[in-house]
Design a protein around this ligand. Structure first.
Ligand code: SAM
Length: 285
């Protein structure tokens, strides 16, 4: 039996490079060269990528705004015996892209799916983060609508596992500010940008340092943020505690009021005198 033979009636999820063309696997090239057609999120970008590899297969578009009608059409063709490779704009299909819906549809219709592994920005960033990697969770993009965003940020703040967040450069500052306000300034973060590209960078700092850094520096390129988890057993969401509760927590841990004021101000990213004023009220009661 031929190894890695492409089968009719099967959907292949093919991971493509996230910046460095040399990251495409031999198996990915074979599958892309042999399938009956390729479904791509961005046919223009993917057309260029495929032509650089010398691959010429029919392309159909499959993206967020046509997935509801295009998905069933692709599934019909698969049921009729054709083979299809799904590629996303970059990286692993179905991770923060509409591929997720096509896989669900195929599963519902009993269509076999194979995944050809390769580059994924989330995992690449995690491995570079220098944060714990044994237990982690993937957040993808944090919602923009305020109610959903608030709920997600609070969940992120109290999550104990390392978290992976995708972000666009023009939203980076706002996201760092929001993370600082719920997680406090001491939480560590790795800001990974332009992964696998010439200007790849992994900045490892605390949240308050990151906010300061990007006050001066213009965010550029695509980002993956890898955020340290909340301390085990503690309520990581400082926003869920009042300043007083936050101070009381430290005092109950045997820390002096002076050091508690310093720590609370730093963690909440607020001026020390604001915390000091609260400590005076506590004393006077
Ligand atoms: N399916 C892709 C994957 O496997 O990583 C992710 C698709 S998602 C629509 C695009 C996001 O991935 C970007 O906004 C960015 O957060 C992240 N990303 C993709 N390529 C990247 C790179 N080279 N460097 C840093 N982040 C990247």
């Amino acid at each position: 039996m031929e190894k890695n033979k492409v089968e009719g009636g099967r959907l292949y999820l093919v991971a493509t490079p996230i910046g460095n063309l040399a990251d495409v696997s031999e198996r990915a090239v074979k599958v892309l060269s042999e399938v009956d057609f390729i479904a791509a999120e961005d046919t223009r970008n993917s057309g260029l990528f495929l032509s650089r590899l010398g691959i010429r297969r029919p392309l159909v578009s499959y993206y967020e705004h046509n997935k509801a009608s295009r998905g069933p059409e692709i599934a019909d063709r698969l049921e009729a015996g054709e083979s299809c490779a799904l590629i996303s704009d970059a990286g692993t299909p179905a991770i923060s892209d509409p591929g997720e819906d096509l896989v669900r549809l195929c599963a519902e219709r009993g269509i076999p799916v194979s995944s050809i592994p390769g580059a994924c920005a989330a995992i690449t960033a995690l491995t570079l983060s220098a944060l714990p990697t044994r237990r982690f969770c993937f957040e993808g993009f944090i919602p923009v609508s305020s109610k959903e965003r608030r709920a997600r940020l609070d969940a992120i703040a109290s999550e104990e596992r390392t978290q992976i967040i995708y972000e666009a450069p023009h939203k980076l500052r706002k996201t760092l500010d929001d993370l600082l306000s719920v997680c406090g300034g001491e939480r560590r973060i790795a800001l990974c940008r332009e992964l696998t590209k010439l200007n790849e960078e992994a900045l490892r700092m605390t949240l308050s340092e990151a906010v300061e850094y990007y006050k001066e520096k213009e965010p550029r390129g695509e980002y993956v943020l890898v955020l340290e988890g909340a301390p085990e057993g503690a309520d990581g969401a400082v926003s869920q505690m009042s300043i007083r509760e936050h101070l009381e927590y430290y005092i109950s841990e045997g820390i002096s009021m002076k050091d508690a004021i310093k720590a609370v101000a730093k963690e909440r990213g607020i001026p020390k005198n604001e915390v000091y004023a609260e400590s005076l009220k506590m004393k006077s009661e």
